[in-house]
Ligand binder design. Structure first.
Ligand code: KG4
Ligand code: ZN
Length: 339
């Protein structure tokens, strides 16, 4: 019997539902983005995000079932993001998932959003364990040693601003709109990465990340020099991006060396960045490591990754009860650890 998992994601500004068969085959992947609404305010407005999730979630789930050519009764379990994320937004996904689980008498599986970003790779490639995973998203920059499908050991954490946050806040101050990562990436292609030497933050032996100092140095640079032409804007974007990407690559490479692993995964929204993808080939693959990066639609927030991790949790009998509640800051699942 094939296992069918319905995944539901609503941690931030994307309402998403997906159906995954046997943990690897993607039958549908529906994402309804709220970016256009939040763009007007220059960032995600939590109250608006929750309301939008409420309006769209049922339709998104219906579409995911339709595209997968299945009915609710065919589903084996319902997986849902329990955190980290915006509490009001998470509650919409969780309440919907609980209602379905209760009404259909199906198991409910709560999953961690960051660990799910890692599991996205199983929908695309066969990656050998153990591997190092760099998760770069809007709210987190974390390094994990991944020993198995459900064995995620957090080895590096976000000390302040995450890489995505640095991209977004940098872009906002440059007047590039929200979310700014993609815009910076686009303009950086036309600029020189060596034009300005921004600091490489937390350039130490730890695997933690800190990008708030880099953000401040961008603000100071722009306040002092201004942005006087398109060429200058492109150079600022390219140089700022280079500082972020070089830091990410260096720490990831150090972690792979320390833990003596061959395979490296880069995932989360920032993994869409073209320079990060390019430099990971140039600076990591040439040193004998193999780099895996999910396709862009599996890097940015989606429910396919939630269903993928949900599959392994379900198979492991890691079932949540109906008291499942959301958490805003990253919570480490004790069952995720072997040591
Ligand atoms: O994983 P994700 O979709 O949502 C969170 O879990 O936070 O990541 C969103 C982040 C945003 O900060 C966005 O600016 C960034 O991913 N991002 C990029 C690119 N595409 C998305 N950052 C840099 N370059 C890109 N091409
Ligand atoms: Zn995410």
């Amino acid at each position: 019997m094939k296992t069918l998992i319905l995944g539901i994601e609503s941690s931030c500004d994307e309402t998403a539902a997906a159906v995954v068969k046997d943990g690897k085959e993607l039958l549908s992947n529906i994402v309804s983005s709220q970016i256009d609404i939040h763009n007007i305010f220059g960032g995600v407005v939590p109250e608006i995000a929750s309301r939008k999730h409420t309006e769209t979630i049922v339709e998104v789930i219906k579409q995911s079932l339709k595209e997968a050519s299945i009915e609710l009764k065919d589903i084996d379990a319902i997986a849902v993001t329990e955190g980290p994320g915006l509490i009001g937004s998470l509650l919409i996904g969780i309440s919907t998932a609980k209602s379905l689980a209760f009404a259909l008498d199906k198991p409910l599986v709560g999953v961690n959003h960051l660990e799910a970003h890692i599991s996205a790779i199983h929908l695309q490639d066969k990656i050998g364990f153990p591997f190092i995973a760099l998760i770069v998203s809007g709210g987190h920059t974390n390094l994990y040693l991944v020993n198995d499908y459900l064995d995620f050991k957090l080895i590096g954490n976000t000390r302040d601003d995450a890489a995505g946050e640095a991209f977004d806040k940098g872009a906002k101050m440059l007047g590039l709109g929200y979310p700014g990562g993609m815009q910076v990436d686009k303009l950086a292609k036309k600029g020189s990465a060596n034009a300005i030497r921004f600091p490489r933050p937390l350039n130490d032996k730890s695997f933690d990340f800190s990008f708030s100092g880099l953000k401040t140095s961008l603000i100071n640079f722009v306040n002092k020099n201004g942005v006087n032409s398109d060429e200058e804007l492109n150079n600022i974007c390219a140089s700022f991006q280079e500082a972020i990407v070089e830091t990410l690559i260096k720490k990831t490479l150090n972690a792979a060396k320390k833990y003596k692993v061959e395979n490296i995964l880069i995932a989360g929204g920032v993994a869409c960045n073209s320079r990060l993808r390019e430099l990971s080939k140039e600076n990591i693959e040439t040193k004998g490591f193999k780099v895996f990066i999910p396709a862009p639609n599996l890097c940015t927030d989606n429910a396919a990754m939630i269903a993928a991790l949900g599959h392994y949790r379900y198979k492991n009998n890691d079932i949540s009860d109906l008291r499942l509640s959301p958490y805003s800051t990253n919570k480490v699942n004790p069952k995720s650890y072997t040591s």
